[in-house]
Design a protein around this ligand. Structure first.
Ligand code: F6R
Length: 611
């Protein structure tokens, strides 16, 4: 989820690229760089940190030239350092590329290049691509790029240039976005429309598997197999702010709708059959064999993801797992037996309480595994292993896509442990792996349904927007999802809401349920389905207005509820990835119906770095 900007035309390229990158800063900003073709050579300037550092570098000496590429990075491979910043060059410095996304087979490609004598100056997956392009070059950049990307698999977009053809850029889109902009005698290429809007509103959006060769004279568009493509330019009428939000009214909604991509990216290159490869997890089989306990510590939404994780590790692997709020843990005196592992979950990797709780367990001998969205964040500095969640930059304070990515990270860890320790037989592992692979498509279909989940939750939000108290219930994994649904609602709508295990109602809270009290139930776990129905009957008998989240093929639920938010059927273990989506949308639409500031709710910060 990085930002890319390229320019070819009569004007100096650097300032135009820099301006475009500024417009894309909302996509990521841990390092940035530009490469400009100048008198038969390529000049690169790059720096870790926000764009201001690159701007300062360019103020010192700005490379001259009318063709160039630039990048603002949100790291997925390798820490945010000067070396890892894009653009990346080949050793002869005659080729440069910027790249967004993930090269799934980069490790094999890198090994192969190393065997043939190549040396690398970064830890990124991108650098293998520029080596391949240089190796394939025989006088035609487009052909070299075509041959190089034929060897790469993954979801990515890239722009390449070479000093040998100082008037040509080549762009490829393979799932990650890319758009071409047309000015008068100049052409732009960018990973997002906002980067283009200062210069032009005439664009062509590239589609997957397409390649574009860009020169001052115009573009040549083709499929990667060489089939030519003719496509009309379209006129964009969004302003910059609308464009940054991808046309959605708020970042939160955009991020909810990004979840199919996030789930796919989180699995990319990590799951092969039933084998799981997690690139920054380095424990050995001895550790897996001896593991006796899993601790999970986190705060807020990340903690709710951890509550689901607890059910997964215990249910699937039968490894005792304890989930503790990090702010509680840090002032306890936890009993840490040998052979334990701590999963510290944090989108930002900077939450002060999570850092302190995780450190405490680590100091007492537990192996620390970070699950985080931010490469190089504080949590990763002292973790023994890291699983990056690959959700991309999350802007909305209310976390959505990072939560689903945290779930996927835990499923992958569970599958990995289950396989290598022999806790899952072939059949069970295959069932989980197959269901995991189906998830991106299922989340996509859920969000895309005509008259579907978005409309339904908007309609129900209208009924909830003037209520005072809303209750969320569920059992097991459904309870974990209920906690997150409730938090989403309260933090952006400012309505009081509470989540509890369905069986807990009758021990007190039922006294608050009267005519019209909204109760939202998540009911996907078949082994406790009837038990949750009993709780529903209790609230219905007191006049509650019940909304359920249930599977598409559950015909029974309608008898006990007023409305049902339907999700595709999956194995119960994975249902949180689907059942959270309608609850995120419901929260969003309630806040919207109440006319609130959705992306920046009052009193809250995206990252809580103080106690
Ligand atoms: C709620 C939300 C917060 C965070 C919490 C932990 O939508 O985003 O509850 O989940 O502050 O933040 P991280 O995950 O950065 O440690």
């Amino acid at each position: 989820m990085c930002g890319i900007m390229g320019y070819v035309g009569p004007r100096p390229a650097s300032p135009i690229i820099l301006q475009g990158l500024r417009r894309l800063e909302y996509r990521g900003y841990d390092s940035a760089g530009v490469a400009v073709a100048n008198q038969g050579a390529i000049e690169v300037r790059k720096a870790a940190g926000k764009l201001d550092r690159l701007t300062a570098l360019l103020e010192e000496t700005s490379p001259e030239g009318q063709l160039g590429i630039g990048h603002t990075r949100w790291a997925t491979h390798g820490a945010p350092t000067d070396f890892n910043a894009h653009p990346h060059s080949d050793p002869s410095e005659s080729f440069a590329i910027v790249h967004n996304g993930i090269i799934e087979n980069y490790f094999e490609l890198r090994e192969e290049l190393l065997r043939s004598g190549a040396s690398f100056s970064s830890e990124t997956d991108t650098e293998v691509l520029v080596h391949l392009i240089a190796a394939e070059y025989d006088g035609d950049l487009a052909e070299a790029v075509r041959r190089a990307v034929a060897r790469a698999s993954g979801a990515y977009a890239l722009v390449a240039m070479t000093a040998h053809e100082p008037d040509t850029l080549v762009a490829v889109r393979m799932i990650s976005p890319m758009v071409i902009g047309f000015g008068d005698g100049e052409t732009f290429v960018a990973s997002g429309i906002p980067a283009l809007l200062d210069h032009t509103r005439r664009v062509i959006v590239m589609e997957d598997g397409e390649m574009v060769t860009i020169t001052p004279q115009g573009i040549r568009m083709e499929k990667l197999d060489g089939t030519p493509i003719e496509r009309e330019q379209t006129e964009i009428d969004w302003d910059v702010e609308q464009a940054e939000k991808g046309g959605y009214p708020h970042f939160m909604l955009k991020e909810i709708f990004e979840q199919p991509r996030v789930v796919a990216d989180s699995l990319l290159g990590r799951l092969s059959g039933t084998d799981v490869t997690l690139e920054d997890v380095g424990w050995d089989t001895g550790f897996e064999e001896s593991l006796e306990k899993i601790w999970i510590t986190a705060c807020g939404t990340a903690f709710h993801a951890g509550l689901a994780g607890k059910e997964v590790f215990e249910g699937l692997l039968r490894i005792p797992t304890e989930a503790v709020y990090a702010h509680e843990l840090r002032y306890r005196d936890p009993i840490v037996a040998p052979n334990s592992m701590t999963l510290a979950i944090s989108q930002s990797g900077e939450t002060a309480d999570t850092l302190a709780g995780a450190r405490l367990l680590q100091e007492r001998g537990s192996r620390l595994v970070a699950i985080t969205n931010v490469v190089g964040s504080a949590l990763t500095h002292y973790s023994d292993d890291v699983v990056y969640t690959r959700a991309g930059l999350e802007i909305s304070v209310a976390s959505t896509k990072a939560y689903t990515a945290m779930l996927i990270a835990q499923y992958l860890l569970a599958l990995k442990l289950g396989r290598s320790r022999g806790l899952l037989d072939d059949g069970a592992a295959r069932e989980v792996a197959t269901a995991l692979e189906a998830l991106p498509e299922q989340v996509e279909s859920l969000l895309k349904r005509e008259e579907g989940i978005d409309e339904m939750s908007r309609f129900l939000a209208g009924q909830l927007a003037d209520k005072d108290d809303i209750y969320f219930i569920g059992r097991g994994l459904d309870y974990a999802v209920a906690t997150e649904g409730s938090l989403k609602l309260k933090e952006i709508s400012y309505l009081h809401s509470e989540a509890m295990p369905a069986g807990e109602l009758k021990h007190g809270t039922l006294a608050l349920v009267t005519e019209g009290t909204p109760v939202i139930v998540v009911n996907t776990q078949q082994h406790v389905y009837d038990k949750t129905v009993s709780a529903l009957q209790e609230v219905k008998a007191r006049g509650a207005s019940v909304i359920a989240v249930a599977y598409d093929d559950d015909t029974e639920i309608e008898h006990y509820t007023d409305h049902v938010l339907r999700i595709p059927r999956t194995m119960d273990l994975l249902s949180p990835v689907l059942s959270i989506v309608p609850l995120q949308l419901l929260a969003y639409h309630v806040a919207d119906a109440r006319g609130l500031e959705i992306d920046q709710p009052r009193n809250l910060a995206k990252s809580v770095t103080v106690e």
